[in-house]
Design a protein around this ligand. Structure first.
Ligand SMILES: *Cc1c(COP(=O)(O)O)cnc(C)c1O
Length: 254
């Protein structure tokens, strides 16, 4: 049996937030004539304690996203008793830390260089299925942002084709689609244009490389997921909307 410390009503609070999130997903999907089943919730659990992940699991959540390799490794090992859990990496991975997570996760959503792609493919264990990857792309043009530069459809998008070709030739990787992290906005409508652009970029890549059948669009966080769903998100990455405020680094307990 699962034992969860629920003294402080943690499960109930997550269940309440999740109910609200599901209602919002249903409304946004309806607006866009989409099915709610086609939107996967990735619960982003960075800096959150394992107890909270167990509580989220008890509420039915099965896909979790982590940002930092060391933290992810410890959590995945300590939570290995949770059945049917899927772990994705959503944060930047330094080359030398790739080995920590490459055989622990189902998907790297934050693939941002060919160098990392090569390392992941080389390290992925032969007895596991190929590692799913999403190309993280920068469609907004913020200089500080990670990801392949994909700001201009006329010049940057065609430049991505050799990148996609090279990744698709790596034997132990399976490219599934695109991920983006647009600017943090006060008004979520400000990000609609970036979500739409990501969807158009996916369409461009599929038109040029139909065999790859890229389907995943990971876009939208707690602050803008309703708009992301309206624009076609297949994966929304929700941290605070489900788990509540994140501990600051100082208070971190893993
Ligand atoms: C932290 C994080 C999220 C979730 O952010 P929230 O605002 O808590 O929903 C999503 N995607 C990435 C890449 C993140 O680092």
């Amino acid at each position: 049996m699962l034992s969860i410390n629920n003294e402080s009503g943690v499960i109930e609070r997550i269940a309440e937030r999740l109910a609200l999130v599901r209602k919002t997903i249903a409304q946004s999907a309806a607006k866009a004539n989409r099915r709610t089943e086609d939107v996967v919730i990735v619960t982003v659990s960075k800096r959150q304690p394992e107890s909270l992940i167990r509580a989220a699991y008890a509420c039915g959540l099965r896909c979790f996203g982590e940002n930092y390799a060391e933290e992810a490794l410890i959590k995945i090992q300590n939570l290995s008793d949770l059945r049917d859990v899927r772990w994705d990496m959503v944060g930047q991975i330094q080359s030398r830390k790739a080995k920590l997570i490459v055989n622990q996760v189902a998907c790297v959503q934050s693939l941002d260089s060919l160098k990392l792609a090569g390392i992941l493919s080389r390290l992925r264990a032969p007895d596991l299925p190929p590692l799913e990857v999403l190309l993280e792309v920068n469609v907004s043009g913020e200089a500080s942002k990670a990801g392949f530069w994909a700001v201009s459809p006329d010049s940057d998008w065609p430049n991505l084709l050799p990148v996609v070709d090279e990744i698709s030739r790596l034997p132990r990787l399976c490219p599934r689609g695109l991920m983006t992290m647009p600017p943090l906005q006060v008004d979520m409508e400000e990000n609609r244009k970036y979500f739409r652009k990501l969807k158009n970029l996916l369409g461009f890549l599929n038109a040029e490389r139909p065999a790859l059948q890229l389907r995943a669009l990971s876009m939208g966080t707690s602050s803008d997921y309703p708009v992301a769903i309206e624009e076609g998100a297949t994966h929304i990455r929700l941290g605070e909307a489900i788990l509540g405020p994140r501990p600051t680094r100082e208070r971190q307990t893993v």
